[in-house]
Design a protein around this ligand. Structure first.
Ligand code: SUG
Length: 449
């Protein structure tokens, strides 16, 4: 069954009020390199909002996901920290366990490519859209995102056409980082598609593992999601990341490959066995050849790819234009081989007809490029109409969000400011306003308890 009204909606995460550089993500080279530096939450949130607005102006369907409550007091309490009130609790943890305070202050929920895996109804045997929030079990500061993410997703995708699953059990066997390792291929968004799951490690075939950095996605977790999403076996493909790429800083597959409709753009060294990947994808894709743009290491090294985030791009089909446009971070202009490659790609006018650069430096310094900031959800006209939340970007919502950011966000946040007791209330007040702006209902712990 296909549906011509369906389109891909990009849900972008709004950057949180505590956006900071604490170097929490081992294996994410940008996060480690910027740990300890001063951030600007306001600039970060505005940079993200400008990207959303520009894509909306270009005619793409754009929506937002809210940030999470940070510092996250329930996590501190669950770890046995206690004090008379929340302010006293923060002071105590800042003194005795500053690294834990940094973890519960991370604004990492902004990278919503890690929020969940979504399979549209066209790919599933029960005709429902399936959503599984990621357990993000590899990194403590990210594992605490699950509960709020689930509530937010249930509040936005609330009608009977969705099935919401629980996150997979925590622990290394089922480590899952969501859509960052998942790509859907289709002719039109409302057609039946093939789904690709990419994993970093597998217990099954005594497979190779990275030597230096952690693999954050397992084959077991991919298979579990495919099973519960009722995906068809012959339309589902699994492929292993190249362990050497993980060791070069490719902590998610979306740092080294990106797909859209029937196109896969990837680096020569992204996958362990690219011939098998292509063979499996072509057979899952109705036996037809997908289009592949493989970037050779001789033109763009793995190191260039990681420092520029060339592949953490969004491939988008802009209404009214023929080919595919590529949305890349401004850093791609600064890494010469990457800039040269993109210039060549654009002028060849084959698969890619336009390169769009965005300044997302605040997020990039923590290892989050354009693609990390968005979760793709294919939605029918009916699903969009049924959505009660005010999350689809419009001129009015853009104005409201800009005003809200300017009124509430700090221009500067140093790691030591995380101990500032005022941050907690600033965050709660702003998020309370945001749930009203977005018509979300109560989704935060401080609103529920
Ligand atoms: O999980 N960075 C995130 C970046 C996630 C990027 N997402 C995708 N590639 N889809 C991470 O490593 C940094 C936090 C800090 O260091 O404070 C952080 O969590």
């Amino acid at each position: 069954m296909s549906d011509a009204t369906s389109c891909e909606v990009n849900f972008d995460g709004i950057v949180g009020l505590s956006h900071n550089y604490s170097g929490l993500s081992y294996g994410n080279v940008a996060s480690s390199a910027h740990g300890g530096l001063i951030s600007s939450p306001r600039a970060a949130a505005l940079q993200g909002l400008e990207k959303m607005m520009e894509l909306h102006r270009l005619g793409l369907k754009q929506a937002v996901l809210p940030p999470q409550e940070r510092p996250h007091i329930p996590t501190l309490r669950s770890l046995g920290f206690s004090a008379e009130d929340d302010i006293g609790l923060i002071a105590k943890v800042a003194k005795t366990a500053p690294e834990i305070l940094a973890s519960v202050c991370s604004a990492s929920s902004m990278w919503v490519a890690n929020a969940a895996t979504v399979s549209p109804s066209f790919d599933t045997s029960d005709g429902k859209t399936h959503i599984t929030p990621a357990n993000l079990t590899s990194m403590f500061h990210r594992s605490i995102e699950i509960d709020t993410t689930s509530r937010v997703l249930r509040s936005i995708f609330s009608d009977q056409s969705y099935v919401h699953h629980k996150a997979l059990p925590s622990g290394p066997l089922f480590a899952d980082e969501g859509a960052a390792n998942h790509t859907r291929f289709c002719n039109n968004y409302g057609d039946e598609g093939a789904e690709l799951f990419v994993y970093g490690s597998s217990r099954k075939y005594n497979s190779r593992k990275p030597l230096k950095f952690p693999a954050r996605q397992t084959l077991d977790s991919c298979e579990a999601i495919a099973r519960s999403h009722c995906l068809l076996e012959n339309k589902t493909v699994y492929a292993q990341q190249n362990p050497a790429a993980i060791d070069a800083g490719v902590f998610h597959n979306d740092v080294i490959a990106v797909g859209n409709q029937s196109l896969l753009f990837f680096h020569e060294e992204a996958f362990l066995d690219k011939s098998k990947l292509k063979e499996d994808l072509n057979s899952a894709f109705f036996g037809k050849e997908l289009s592949y743009i493989e970037v050779p290491s001789s033109k763009v090294s793995l190191e260039n790819a990681v420092s520029s985030y060339l592949f953490n791009s969004q491939l988008v089909s802009i209404p009214g234009s023929q080919g595919t446009s590529i949305v890349v971070p401004a850093e791609c202009k600064e890494v010469e081989p990457v800039y040269n490659y993109l210039t060549e790609l654009e002028s060849a006018h084959e698969e890619i007809d336009r390169v769009i650069y965005f300044d997302l430096r605040q997020s990039m310094n923590n290892g989050g490029g354009p693609a990390c900031l968005r979760l793709r959800v294919v939605m029918s006209e009916e699903q969009i109409t049924n959505c009660k939340a005010r999350v689809f970007l419009s001129d009015a919502l853009y104005r409201d969000l800009k005003k809200w950011i300017e009124a509430n966000y700090r221009t500067r946040l140093a790691p030591e400011d995380l101990a500032d007791p005022a941050l907690l209330n600033e965050c709660r007040q702003a998020l309370d306003q945001l749930t009203t702006i977005l018509k979300l209902g109560p989704v935060y712990d401080f609103q529920l308890n």
